[in-house]
Design a protein around this ligand. Structure first.
Ligand SMILES: Cc1cc2nc3c(=O)[nH]c(=O)nc-3n(C[C@H](O)[C@H](O)[C@H](O)COP(=O)(O)O)c2cc1C
Length: 340
């Protein structure tokens, strides 16, 4: 279906991590590189695709966030309280977190991103946080684009199957980064070992397993449980070609499995990352909804990255983090394909 040699996906990872080099090198090695385009504007997507195409003639994917159809509700008092709180961290970093109740228009962004994805006739389009509309799927299909959805439990997988996606990524709770859950609080946080066989029993659509897979043992296990492919995020973060900040890579290389934790503090949406001062201190606070919390913490995360201050960065990572290595895509793919 995908015209790839090995069913190994480099996970889409938004936030500048999935560089054209990371993506093209994965695809050149016979896997599927994926652009995490969730936060990118159409111009950036266009430029990234141009670069990917200059580096590979193999298939690649583009990943988008399905915006929440409901309005983002928040209380003005909560917003002020959160801004005051975040400004304590802002002060430490020498910045001011502006008081803003302007939720960026993510629906408009998504629509513009989609237009670009359609214009570029990309080989693969994947989605998280929801299901693309029927019309969108029809347009993608006309271009011959393979459509991938993300599920975190059987209910979501069944809904994706009914919608007609070609492939379902089953994301276990070991996974680094945001949960792809779209029935917000009802995810169940199911781990890959339990999730993959239950999804495999429930749907006919091919499943790609994601969450905690770091090497051939993980791949073999996922296949034994009913997956036809695998998607790895954390393992690719420490590759030379990854756009993760050096301090982020260094932290991952020194982290262990018990250090990851779930938090909503950075974005308002549940995500797994390395526990740090920001996550621990914010644990008692109720975050504002996604994407408002994400917009509010953006300046803190950016400045912290500039100052190489991991205490205030979102260090997304999965539970397999002890197994990351300082490596290249070529070396990682060779190990994933051949074993050690
Ligand atoms: C830094 C980071 C960013 C991520 N961003 C996205 C994203 O933009 N879209 C998406 O569908 N999944 C995203 N994910 C989740 C991955 O697609 C995948 O489910 C996860 O990395 C698999 O678990 P692993 O990290 O244990 O390999 C992200 C994961 C990480 C670690």
């Amino acid at each position: 279906m995908l015209n790839i040699t090995y069913p190994i996906f480099q996970a889409p990872m938004a936030g500048g991590i999935t560089t054209p080099e990371l993506i093209s090198e994965t695809s050149n090695c016979g896997g599927l590189g994926n652009l995490g385009a969730g936060y990118m504007d159409p111009k950036e997507i266009k430029e990234a695709i141009k670069q990917i195409r200059s580096l590979t003639d193999k298939p690649f994917g583009v990943n988008l966030f399905i915006p929440n159809v409901r309005e983002v509700h928040f209380d003005e008092k909560e917003l002020t309280a959160m801004t005051v709180l975040l400004n304590q961290y802002g002060q430490e970093l020498g910045i001011e977190v502006p008081v803003s109740n302007q939720v960026n228009n993510y629906k408009a962004l998504y629509e513009n991103q989609l237009e670009e994805v359609l214009r570029e006739r990309v080989p693969v389009a994947s989605f998280t946080f929801g299901i693309p509309d029927r019309e969108v799927m029809t347009e993608l299909r006309k271009n011959g684009t393979v459509i991938i959805g993300t599920a975190t439990n059987v209910k979501e997988a069944l809904e994706l199957e009914v919608s007609g996606v070609d492939i379902i990524v089953a994301q276990g709770s070991e996974a680094g980064g945001h949960r792809g859950t779209f029935h917000e609080e009802a995810s169940g946080l199911v781990g890959s070992m339990a999730l993959i066989p239950q999804v495999a029993d429930a749907v006919y659509t091919p499943i790609v397993a994601a969450g905690g897979i770091m090497d051939t043992r993980g791949i073999a296990a996922a296949m034994a449980l009913g997956a036809t492919g695998v998607q790895l995020g954390t393992a690719f973060l420490t590759c030379k070609e990854s756009g993760a900040a050096e301090i982020y890579k260094k932290t991952l290389l020194n982290s262990t499995e018990e250090q990851t934790t779930f938090t909503k503090a950075f974005s308002g949406k549940l995500a797994r990352g390395i526990g740090n001062r920001f996550i621990h201190e914010m644990a008692e606070q109720t975050s504002l909804p996604f994407p408002l919390q994400n917009d509010l913490t953006a300046s803190i995360r950016k400045k912290a990255a500039m100052l190489k201050q991991p205490d205030f960065m979102s260090l997304w990572a999965g539970q397999g983090v002890r197994m990351v290595k300082e490596t290249t895509v070529k070396q990682l793919m060779r190990e994933l394909i051949e074993g050690k």
